[in-house]
Design a protein. Structure first.
Length: 122
């Protein structure tokens, strides 16, 4: 059963990682990168961070490589900002949910525009 403290800490990590990603100097890390979801282990020792880029899956995978190489810096910043007992080991995972959501929105817009045209012809 997940605890409220664990969920609150996961939300804090999510918020801080979004800010820390802007400080990473690695050119592989996209400036349009966002944290989709954070899963913190019950004991706080491991954290899965799902990230996605608006530019697509290839850009997200390159950003994950950059984040993995900057993991030490990110852990140190996270530890300093949140005053945690121990800093979790971060695992960055590429997720294409933002690109998929943009594609679905684009398709829905196309459908609505074709429906409007068909109603105008009637």
């Amino acid at each position: 059963m997940p605890s409220f403290k664990n969920n609150r800490m996961a939300e804090d990590i999510h918020r801080e990682l979004t800010d820390i990603f802007r400080l990473v100097k690695d050119p592989r890390v996209s400036n349009m990168l966002s944290v989709v979801r954070v899963e913190l282990a019950g004991d706080g020792s491991h954290c899965k961070v799902y990230v996605s880029s608006l530019y697509g899956m290839e850009d997200t995978q390159q950003s994950v490589k950059g984040l993995k190489s900057a993991a030490g810096f990110i852990r140190r910043e996270l530890f300093a900002r949140l005053k945690m007992r121990k800093s979790p080991e971060l695992e960055f995972i590429a997720d294409n949910s933002i690109a998929r959501g943009a594609e679905v929105t684009r398709k829905l817009d196309q459908i609505s525009s074709t429906e409007e045209k068909s109603h105008e012809q009637d």
